[in-house]
Design a protein around this ligand. Structure first.
Ligand code: 2AM
Length: 192
C-alpha cells in the first residue's frame, strides 16, 4: 500500500487559505486545484510499503514522535516546483518553527528506514509545502505566486502526526492508519 506521514491543519487555517486561493481558481482552470479536504503537509512520502513493514513502522513512529515537542507553524507565501515559470506543482509555504518541522521530518524518515520502508526520495532535501495545484504540462504560475507573496495564514500548533494511506484513484483518496501526539510544548502560551 502507498503511504505517507503528514500533518493536518486546523479548520480555521484551511478556511483562511481557501479564501486566499478563491480569486485565482476561476482564472486558472488549466491547473488541477487540490481540494480543501485533501490539504495536508507531508513529512515523508514512503511510497509502496508491505504489510510487514507497516507492522514494524507503527511502534517506530510512536517512538520517534515522543522525542519531539509540539511547535508553531503558519502558512506563508507561495512557490512552485520546479519553478513558477514552468510549474508542475503550485504550493503554499510555511513559516514559524521550520527547524522543528525539519527535525520531525528527519525522525519520521529515519523511523521508516529502520522499519524497512525507506522513502524513495530520502536523499532529497525536505522542502515543506502544502500543494495547492498540480499541472501535468509545465504551467506559468508567476502571477499566482506573486499574488500570494504576502499571504500569511493564522498560526497554529502542530501537535500530532498522521500515517496516511493514499489511493490515487480511490474514494476516499486518503485513509488515516495511525495518529501519534507530539509531547506538549513546555511553553504552551508561545504557540497560542
Ligand atoms: P505533493 O503534495 O507535493 O504532491 C501524498 O501523495 C503526499 O505525498 C503528497 O502530499 C505528495 O506531495 C507527497 N509526495 C512526496 N513525494 C511523492 C512522490 N514521489 N509521489 C507521490 N507523492 C509524493
Amino acid at each position: 500500500m502507498r503511504l505517507f506521514v503528514g500533518l493536518a491543519l486546523p479548520p480555521a487555517v484551511l478556511d483562511d487559505l481557501d479564501a486566499a486561493c478563491a480569486p485565482f481558481r476561476p482564472m486558472r482552470e488549466d491547473l488541477r486545484w487540490t481540494s480543501r479536504e485533501a490539504w495536508h503537509i507531508t513529512l515523508a512520502f514512503l511510497g509502496e510499503v508491505s504489510d510487514l513493514s507497516l507492522t514494524r513502522l507503527l511502534p517506530r513512529l510512536e517512538r520517534a514522535v515522543r522525542r519531539h515537542q509540539s511547535f508553531g507553524l503558519s502558512l506563508s507565501g507561495a512557490g512552485a516546483f520546479p519553478g513558477p515559470a514552468r510549474a508542475n506543482v503550485l504550493w503554499s509555504g510555511l513559516s514559524g518553527d521550520r527547524r522543528e518541522l525539519g527535525d520531525l521530518a528527519a525522525s519520521v524518515t529515519a523511523a521508516a528506514r529502520r522499519a524497512g520502508a525507506a522513502p524513495p526520495d530520502a536523499g532529497r532535501r525536505f522542502r515543506p509545502h502544502l500543494t495547492l495545484a498540480r499541472c501535468r504540462m509545465p504551467a506559468d504560475v508567476r502571477s499566482i505566486v506573486a499574488g500570494l507573496e504576502g499571504y500569511q495564514g493564522p498560526p497554529w500548533a502542530a501537535e500530532e502526526i498522521y500515517l496516511i494511506r493514499s489511493r490515487p484513484d480511490g474514494q476516499p483518496r486518503y485513509e488515516t492508519l495511525g495518529c501519534w501526539e507530539l509531547r506538549p510544548h513546555a511553553d504552551i502560551s508561545r504557540l497560542a
